[in-house]
Write a protein that binds this ligand. Sequence first.
Ligand code: FAD
Ligand code: DLZ
Ligand code: SF4
Length: 506
Amino acid sequence: YSTLRLIMGDQLSHDIAALQKCGKNDLIMLCEVLEEVEYVPHHKQKITLILSAMRHFAQELRDKGHNVHYVALDDTENRGNFTDEVQRATEQFNIKKIIVTHPSEWRVLSMVKAWEKSFKIPVNILEDTRFICSPARFSRWAHKRRGLRMEYFYREMRAETGLLMQDNETPQGGQWNYDTENRQTWPKDCAPPERLRFTPDSTTRQIQKLVEEKYSKNFGNLDNFEWAVTRKDAVRALEDFIEHSLPEFGKYQDAMKKDAPFLKHSLISPYINIGLLNPQEVCEAAEAAYYDHHAPIESVEGFIRQIIGWREYIRGIYWLKMPDYPDSNALDADRKLPSLYWSGDTKMVCMAQSIQQIQEYAYGHHIQRLMITGNFALLAGIEPKEIERWYLAVYIDAFEWVELPNVHGMALFADGGLMSSKPYAASGRYIHNMSDYCKNCTYDIKTRIKENSCPFTFLYWSFLIKNEKYLSKNHRMSFALRNLKRIDENEKEVILKKSSEFLDSL
Ligand code: FAD
Ligand code: DLZ
Ligand code: SF4
């Protein structure tokens, strides 16, 4: 073979850059490696999804007539990381050139960049065209302005893709953003739609066995594994979402309900992130539902904004700010991660629900990630690197490029406001307004310093007290800080004492 074309576990797209013009003399390589499986203690379902999807993808490539070199995790020759495995393959197959699509993470890109010198053969790193906005384009956009806000970036992406546009400048329906019509709570007696889930086939069962043997101590439960592992099934999952959930996606995108992990969310992030679905095709499918009068503009626009707005913006920030991005800690948060993040063992119903659902499904929707587990970490002052490692490990869709800006910037405000204009700190009242968790909880949402007052509430006030000086520089915090001034000094002391006792007890 002359050329080695490397495909990583989140690059499982048949039309990916590294597979363009793949010929008879080329060898496509996929490898399961310990370093990727163990760089954080991934949820068992996440390892299963990626390895099973890799094996299915390799088989699809063979079926199309390609030459495939596949290294399994338990192959005795396997050297355990991308660099050593690629080197072994270049020697074994007398490779003259390597082609690879730009890796999604900084950590892996720096590895790949060293190969040309150490292997002494050319290494072509091709742009990942599955994203709409390249890192270079994002950087040009960012350098033109003082504050970065997603909304303006998003409008450019709308104009560029033509999604939901009447012409180059006019958004469909006349408005760019319909969020004011969204944000409703879940109605009392309404059952969420059944989700299309997929029964594991023999390939997946084989991986499940391997994961149970080697990673029995990792977080999460494997019995509920019902994710799609092929493009064909991922497309079915997308169609099912468009048919049954998209029409009310917008309305309920911020709602939370006990024992209902999915509501109207799409559950497609893992498929987009590993390459089984293309973000553009997902948005076009949603757009078609609008033009067919199947789904209203506020749902379709809201959904498309998550993908060509938030998702692209997050990735732009990642490449703009790496490798230093994780090192900031604007609020000097230094608490170790409480064990309840792994066990789900807490009387706080909102936290217990959010964590137990991750154990069962490796999933949590946006508001649980931001306003429950993220908000708690912010209010409790958990050290950014500790909680970021948790986020990277537990969700089925977690890769550093998307996890880090969401956690470090959005949830923790650790970047000091690069990504959001103020911390997303909220008291129990927000959770009470958006969910039915509180009415099932032993804690009392209405009080601040009673024996059983809601921890989110006293932690919220103690967060404001502790960070008052820093936050007073931010005019968007002035309303909250004015409310803080109404609390007398004695009560503030009780709040601080209660908070530290509570946190120390975790
Ligand atoms: P839906 O609610 O149906 O949304 C549709 C799609 O929009 C998602 O599939 C996803 O592709 C995209 N999307 C929405 N919001 C975001 C966002 N903020 N960033 C990137 N894409 C977005 N998403 C990940 O893919 N991986 C992560 O590791 C991750 N970590 C997060 C951590 C925190 C603290 C927060 C607040 C958000 C995080 N997100 C992450 C974004 C978002 O929560 C998930 O993409 C979403 O919950 C996935 O479920 P879904 O497919 O049902 O999404
Ligand atoms: C997340 C993951 C896991 C668990 N295992 C593998 C693997 O064995 N082989 C592989 O190619 N990729 C894996 N991945 C995904 C990679 O971590 C991901 O592709 C890189 O981090 C991209 O930068
Ligand atoms: Fe969570 Fe407080 Fe509501 Fe209990 S009362 S569910 S701890 S917000």
